[in-house]
Design a protein around this ligand. Structure first.
Ligand code: FMN
Length: 388
């Protein structure tokens, strides 16, 4: 067993173990991937203030997200096709999150269904909703999430149409993979993945297949999105969905202060400052660069979370110190899952927790809830200088 000290170590094992099609699906941004790259590199621009001679005993990373206790404010983000990265991937990731004490978010485009995850974990999780043209299907999906006792609905707003990711088109991304000479050649080198996948509970989109009629090709993410996603989604519809759900609502994919104010108006319990991990609007600024302006606009009235680009506990600390109350990780936990299943997700969480805890101590803080801008050195032009 190799010694794993950081998220990059998990990524290297992940790349070796998982079929290329699914590695590329995870490790891509849209078009030129500028936003994807800057999501991570912009964290480096924020620097930390070292403080000394502070009693660093009794540290705690515990806090709350939307009123729920968390061992650290780091949730697992909704990731479509997680069950293709590792057999029963959603169940394994949800169990790792439950045991660690952080929230797990199940994607609409998951392989394991809402019911699979509820049954296998016995603990509440969050459900991420993509809105579809078929309003009946959306109502049934919301009802299924209620029946499964999901404790929050995460409505994703930045993917009504798919940002183009070149590799997915070239690879013919599908779940399960279609057998072509190219995929067969690659799958032949991933036998451990394949053997486990043969035993998996599911290999198709568990929330969709068997729950909707008349789809031309449910295995293709691109075709399904183009045909089924509701391009007419607007704030009125969001308000109606919130009403239909009746519980905690998190609006995900906010990257602009004006949209953050609209989210506030419809009564969101939290927003996630996110550009979908650089997978949608290439050319948009990174989430961390947009965070200060959004916090200035709504930070004292709604809980603000952040994702996109987090690869370490230091990144988590920087987002929290800027003022976010919570964070989500996408790829960081997928690397762990693909590398080592449930154990790998736990490893990813442990790595991030250790980095967060140690960095907090070296910044002279003992409670994650006391982090603030006083812990950071923020470049004067951090958000960029742009014309009105
Ligand atoms: C492979 C992959 C699939 C994703 N699928 C979904 C999804 O189904 N629903 C959703 O709201 N976000 C989805 N996202 C976006 C994540 O929830 C999250 O916003 C993003 O991964 C954060 O960036 P990070 O990967 O740099 O942490 C996906 C991201 C990746 C990498």
């Amino acid at each position: 067993m190799p010694v794993i000290t950081n998220i990059e170590d998990l990524k290297r094992i992940y790349e070796r173990r998982v079929p290329r099609m699914f590695y590329d699906y995870c490790e891509s941004g849209s078009w030129t991937e500028q936003t994807f790259r800057e999501n991570t590199s912009d964290f480096d621009k924020l620097r930390l203030r070292q403080r000394v001679a502070v009693d660093m005993s009794g540290r705690s990373t515990a806090s709350q997200m939307i009123g729920q206790d968390v061992a650290m404010p780091v949730a697992l983000a909704p990731v479509g096709l997680t069950g293709m990265q590792h057999a029963d991937g959603e169940i394994k990731a949800a169990r790792a999150a439950r045991d660690f004490g952080v929230p797990f978010t199940l994607s609409t485009m998951s392989i394991n269904s809402i019911e699979d995850v509820a049954e296998a974990t016995g603990a509440p999780f969050w459900f991420q909703l993509y809105t579809m043209r078929d309003a009946d299907y959306v109502s049934r999906l919301i009802q299924r999430a209620k029946d499964a006792k999901c404790s929050a609905l995460v409505i994703t707003l930045d993917l009504q149409i798919l940002g183009q990711r070149h590799k997915d088109l070239k690879n013919g991304l599908s779940a399960p993979p279609k057998l072509t000479p190219k995929t067969i050649a690659n799958l032949a080198t991933k036998w451990a993945w394949g053997i486990e996948m043969l035993r998996a509970k599911r290999r198709e989109f568990g929330n969709i297949v068997g729950h909707v009629d008349g789809i031309s090709d449910a295995s293709s993410l691109g075709a399904w999105t183009a045909e089924q996603f509701d391009q007419t989604l607007d704030w009125n519809k969001i308000a109606r969905l919130k009403e239909q759900w009746g519980g905690k609502v998190i609006l995900k994919g906010i990257l602009d202060a004006e949209d953050a104010k609209m989210a506030l108006k419809v009564g969101a319990d939290a927003i996630v400052v996110s550009n979908h991990g650089g997978r949608q609007l290439d050319g948009a600024l990174s989430s961390i660069a947009m965070l200060p302006a959004i916090l200035d606009a709504v930070g004292d009235q709604v809980e603000v979370h952040l994702d996109s680009g987090i690869r370490s506990g230091q990144d988590v600390l920087k987002a929290l110190a800027l003022g976010a109350k919570g964070t989500f990780i996408g790829r960081a936990f997928i690397y762990g899952l693909g590398a080592m299943g449930q154990q790998g997700v736990t490893k990813a969480l442990e790595v991030i927790h250790r980095e967060l805890d140690t960095t907090m101590a070296l910044c002279g803080e003992t409670q994650v809830t006391n982090l603030g801008r006083h812990n950071l050195l923020i470049p004067q032009d951090f958000g960029g200088h742009w014309q009105d």
